[in-house]
Structure formats: C-alpha cells, structure tokens
Design a protein around this ligand. Structure first.
Ligand SMILES: NC(=O)c1ccc[n+]([C@@H]2O[C@H](COP(=O)([O-])OP(=O)(O)OC[C@H]3O[C@@H](n4cnc5c(N)ncnc54)[C@H](OP(=O)(O)O)[C@@H]3O)[C@@H](O)[C@H]2O)c1
Length: 298
C-alpha cells in the first residue's frame, strides 16, 4: 500500500486530493499549517518521521497574488524557501516529491499555449517566488514532478467560481476582465493528476521533471464568468449581465499575464490522464454548490 504525505491539507487542492484518495482507498496523510509549518525544517523532519511516506505532495503555498506584492518576504518563505526544504528532506529520505507550481511563471507574451520548454519571466512577486520554488526543488532532488497548473477552482476554499456565484446573487451586472486568456482547472482534475503521478512513481514508471497540467480548453476570465453565471441560472433563475472590461479598466497590485494558456499534452502522454473540458467541470462544481441537499426521508 502506498503511503502519501501531503502538505497544504486545508487548501483547495489539498482538500480535494484528500477526499479523492479516501474514495480510492489510498493511504494519504494530509497535514495542515497547524500540524506542520512548511517553513520549519524541524517540523518537516518530524512529519516525515511520523508518516514514513512513499511519496510526498506539496500543495501548500502563499497564493494571495496581489497581497504578495506588499509581503514579498512572507511569499518567498512559503513559495521559494519551503519547497527547497521539503525537497531536501525528500532527497534524504529517498522519497519522490510532487510540487505544484503556476502559469504565473510566464509573462504572457507568447502567442498560443505555453509548453514546458518555454522560458519563464514572471511579472510579479507571486510568480517570481513560485519560480524560485521550482528551482529550489530541482536543485535539491532529481526525483521530482513539478506540476504547473492554472486558474484553480473547486468546491473547497476560496476561488473565482465562488466569487462569481456570490456576485451573481447580489448584482444585476458583473464587469469581468476579458483580455486575459488561460485554462480554468478544476481541483478534481488536479487531484486525479496527482494520484496518476503517485501511481506511476510507485510503479517505478514515473518520468520525473516539469509538466503543465490544466483543464481542457481555454477562455478569458469573462468567458469563465459567463459560463459560471449561465450554469448558476439553472438553479437560481437569475441572469445578470456579464460585461467584458479590459485589464486597464481593473487595475490590481500584481500584474498578470495576458496569456497563460498551458499546453498539457506532455503530461497527458506521459501519465495517461487528460483533464475534463473546463465547462463540464464548471457545471459539476456549480451543481455541487447550488443543488439543494437531498432531504432526509421521514
Ligand atoms: N489558486 C490558483 O488559482 C492557482 C493557480 C495556479 C497554481 N496554483 C498552485 O496550486 C497549489 C494549490 O493552490 P490552492 O489554490 O489549493 O491554494 P490555497 O487554497 O490557497 O491553499 C494553500 C494552502 O497552503 C497553506 N499554507 C500556506 N502557508 C503555509 C505554511 N507556511 N505551512 C503550511 N501550510 C501553509 C494554507 O494554509 P491556511 O489554510 O492555514 O492558510 C492553505 O491551506 C499552490 O502551489 C498554488 O501556487 C494555484
């Protein structure tokens, strides 16, 4: 039986992966920040000693993209230093590591989808610290899979889809950025991908390295919001207008790439798993969040 140790238990990806592993009967110990602060090497050593894992997954990160601009040291500790510490511990214990990274390592100037060999050029603190985390993992252990993903949403935690559901309830008109293009990725697909890598690592067939993994298909934030509102209307009957605005109309502390589409074909070929079309996952998540819970039979 494979023993998996996961950091970031309370995050979007952490919670979904824990649930999927339980569904599949996979032994996964998920630790939240209270159990182990990943910036603390002593706590990390204790966690590995306690869990004796066959594989580790780092789903913990400092993910507040705008806040990172004013807290660069805090972001760097979690996104850059800590992955290095985890990777060093993995190397010492002979444990492969799956580390999650981001589309925001790219500057968005490429025409078309980014492949793994494309040069990185992060635009902000979050992307820079995540890029440094990737480098720290590569330097510490060869037995790593770095999974770059994008525009993450699901049932658990805070995300764009949930914000849109709230705004669609409160407002008659939503204004959403329409000139940034990327791949919305459901946590369910990321959890499936993480378990596919875990299985390959256990079987000794994993090809270590850096991979892109995102939902199938691309859109803009405006397209993503339009789909969410359309799906929500099946439950609420509410059809607020979703108007496209430009990045210049919606200034944020962090600059974001205009294009962060990820080409996932290398991952699909290597690990034989392809994410669902993003629209299908949006429908599932909206149903999960808005469908009335079944009433108990009396
Ligand atoms: N969200 C996105 O759109 C997106 C896009 C591309 C890539 N990614 C990457 O995908 C991965 C998972 O993201 P997510 O959306 O699941 O993130 P999330 O929901 O923000 O969860 C991150 C988790 O990391 C934990 N954490 C932060 N600092 C920690 C520390 N020092 N020690 C231990 N745990 C700590 C947080 O704990 P608390 O709950 O206590 O705060 C939180 O539960 C990350 O690597 C992220 O960079 C995310």
């Amino acid at each position: 039986m494979t023993r998996v140790l996961l950091f970031g238990a309370n995050g979007q990806v952490g919670r979904e992966t824990t649930a999927l592993a339980a569904e599949r009967g996979i032994e996964l110990r998920a630790l939240d920040r209270a159990a182990v602060d990943i910036t603390d090497p002593v706590a990390l050593a204790r966690a590995f000693e306690g869990a004796r894992p066959d594989i580790a997954i780092n789903a913990a990160a400092y993910t507040a993209v705008d806040k990172a601009e004013s807290e660069p040291e805090a972001a760097a500790r979690v996104n850059a230093m800590a992955p290095g510490l985890i990777a060093e511990r993995c190397e010492r214990e002979g444990v492969p590591l799956i580390h999650i990274s981001t589309d925001y390592v790219f500057d968005g100037t490429k025409v078309g989808a980014y492949v793994e060999a494309d040069p990185i050029a992060p635009l902000g603190v979050y992307g820079r610290t995540k890029a440094a985390g990737e480098a720290a993992v590569r330097a510490a252990t060869e037995r790593h899979v770095i999974l770059r993903t994008s525009w993450v949403y699901g049932m658990h935690g805070a995300n764009f889809l949930k914000t849109m559901l709230r705004l669609a309830k409160e407002r008659d008109r939503l204004t959403i950025v329409g000139d940034q293009r990327g791949c919305p990725t459901a946590t369910r697909d990321i959890a499936e991908a993480l378990l596919a890598v875990t299985a390959a690592a256990r079987a000794g067939t994993a090809r270590f390295g850096t991979y892109h993994f995102a939902g199938t298909g691309t859109t803009t934030w405006h397209g993503f919001a339009t789909e969410i509102v359309r799906e929500a209307a099946r439950h609420t009957g509410r059809t607020p207008e979703v108007a496209a605005i430009t990045t210049a109309d919606y200034p944020t502390p962090a600059k974001r790439p205009a294009n962060s589409q990820l080409d996932s074909s290398l991952f699909e070929r290597t690990f034989r798993f392809r994410a669902a079309p993003w629209q299908a996952r949006v429908a599932e998540v909206v149903d999960g969040l808005l469908a009335p819970a079944p009433t108990e039979a009396t």
